[in-house]
Design a protein around this ligand. Structure first.
Ligand code: HEC
Length: 160
């Protein structure tokens, strides 16, 4: 019984967090005045502690754009960059003109946006430049060729 009590007290906060998250999700689509577009997106509403993990963990050690992409991005945007519609809407990166200039993807990876979590804490400047160049030159995109490559220096400047 002691073991059970201990186990319960360990997982209780997790259960509470899950219930709170569900309640929030249930409320989101019914909010008055919400447009069809915003309700298509999954709400990403982490706690302060979770934000801290996203901002400062530094755990991804893969090198090279493709490896970083597969480890970090492919779960949401899919390995072929086609995106997905399921629990949320993950935009396609294939044939996406918003990737023409590196500044937008760099900013988004560092800071996150709605259901895309900030990943600046997981990836260093070179990894971010590499993954940005990977998505800009894969899936039919030829933006690196056309407009030039992102650099680690550019990522460092955006971080400040
Ligand atoms: C947890 C899921 C998730 C992960 C991981 C993720 N993204 Fe995203 N990403 C999203 C969502 C959701 C959006 C749409 C954000 C919004 O609502 O504006 C998005 C948007 C984007 C966009 C903008 C696309 C557009 O058309 O505006 C780019 C570029 C992008 N992500 C690149 C990446 C890269 C590169 C990585 C890996 C370093 C990554 N994402 C990791 C979920 C994710």
């Amino acid at each position: 019984m002691k073991t059970l009590t201990t186990a319960l007290s360990t997982i209780a906060p997790l259960i509470l967090a899950a219930v709170a998250a569900q309640a929030q999700e249930a409320q989101a689509p019914t909010a008055a005045g919400e447009t069809a577009q915003t309700s298509e997106f999954r709400t990403f509403d982490p706690t302060e502690a979770e934000w801290e993990i996203f901002r400062s963990s530094g755990e991804i050690t893969h090198e090279g754009g493709e490896a970083v992409y597969n480890a970090t991005c492919a779960g949401c945007h899919r390995p072929d960059g086609e995106g997905a519609v399921g629990a949320g809407v993950y935009p396609a990166l294939a044939d996406n003109e918003l990737l023409a200039a590196p500044s937008y993807p760099i900013y988004l990876i560092l800071e996150g946006q709605r259901a895309m979590p900030p990943l600046g804490g997981f990836l260093d400047d070179q990894q971010i430049a590499d993954v940005v160049n990977y998505i800009r030159s894969s899936f039919g995109n030829e933006f690196v060729e056309e407009f030039g490559a992102a650099t680690a220096e550019q990522v460092a400047e955006t971080r400040q």
